[in-house]
Design a protein around this ligand. Structure first.
Ligand SMILES: Cc1cc2nc3c(=O)[nH]c(=O)nc-3n(C[C@H](O)[C@H](O)[C@H](O)COP(=O)(O)OP(=O)(O)OC[C@H]3O[C@@H](n4cnc5c(N)ncnc54)[C@H](O)[C@@H]3O)c2cc1C
Length: 256
């Protein structure tokens, strides 16, 4: 697990709207890019906003770090308007997904909304590393067709993709956990990231079916390094900080 952490100013390479309200930000991160693990995140400083915003690593190639984010409030609105210039970033932070447990097993990833970002990075790493099976299955749920991101990227690397939308505009009409519940097997390893109601259901399914895996939690956080204690969660009966002890936790230990 990477223990190196940087607090640096980086140049924006591009910051493009890939579909309504969703942006892909690329920054020149030099050698930092090679220290990032799937599931880790950066606290991104946005000019004029007091607290930095946590955003997961979406991709990391050579010296370029990519983030995929949704515009939701003050910080991301300002960020979305920055096409050039510099950003202060702190990271990589937190503990990422443990790839070791995937060896020789089938793996599935369950994403809701922008939870797809960290799982995309995970998928690219699994595909490139020898001890793991090359392809997995993506279960991806969103409100509507327009909220389903980077499906083409998963298809390009040969993954099986199952989607659901709440309004029925693409794939199964309803929640992705309805499909997961029917298809997931106890021999699978599961990685999940998404909104809390989805994660709750994923954790319940995994526990019932005795599937092991990891859930990445997106609690609101102010500092990102365990000082403010704003992102406390109950893990196996103990209080843990999402930023420092997570955001990725073993599914069997999560009580949501
Ligand atoms: C580990 C992690 C990874 C994430 N990865 C992604 C990602 O890849 N893509 C993506 O789109 N989103 C991601 N998010 C969610 C993203 O951080 C929020 O959508 C973003 O912070 C919203 O910022 P805003 O200013 O636009 O929204 P606003 O709602 O205006 O502000 C949210 C901010 O308010 C502050 N805040 C509010 N309440 C509290 C509180 N109780 N305690 C502490 N601080 C508080 C925090 O600074 C918080 O970041 C992630 C969140 C976490 C925790």
């Amino acid at each position: 697990m990477c223990l190196k952490r940087f607090d640096v100013t980086c140049q924006i390479i591009s910051n493009k709207e890939i579909c309504t309200n969703y942006f892909e930000l690329k920054i020149k991160a030099g050698s930092i890019a090679k220290y990032c693990l799937p599931g880790q995140f950066f606290m991104i400083g946005v000019p004029g906003v007091f607290l930095r915003r946590p955003i997961s690593v979406y991709d990391s190639k050579k010296s370029v770090l990519s983030f995929l984010y949704k515009v939701v409030g003050k910080g991301t609105v300002i960020l979305s308007k920055m096409c050039s210039g510099q950003l202060q970033i702190l990271g990589p932070l937190g503990k990422g997904y443990d790839l070791e447990i995937c060896k020789d097993l089938n793996y599935v990833v369950v994403a809701g909304g922008t939870g797809i970002a960290s799982l995309h990075f995970l998928a690219t790493k699994l595909g490139k590393n020898k001890p793991y099976k090359k392809k997995g299955t993506l279960y991806y749920g969103a409100r509507s067709k327009k909220d389903l991101l980077c499906l083409d990227k998963f298809k390009e690397i040969g993954w099986k993709v199952l989607v659901s939308t709440e309004d029925g505009s693409k794939g199964y009409e309803g929640y992705i956990t309805d499909i997961l519940e029917k298809k997931v097997k106890d021999s699978d390893v599961l990685f999940a990231c998404g909104p809390m109601p989805m994660l709750k259901k994923v954790v319940q399914i995994a526990k019932e079916k005795k599937v092991k895996g990891f859930a990445s939690l997106e609690e609101k956080m102010a500092c990102g390094v365990g000082n403010c204690q704003g992102c406390a969660v109950n893990i196996n009966g103990a209080i843990k900080m999402t930023c420092k002890d997570g955001p990725v936790f073993k599914i069997e230990e999560v009580n949501l």
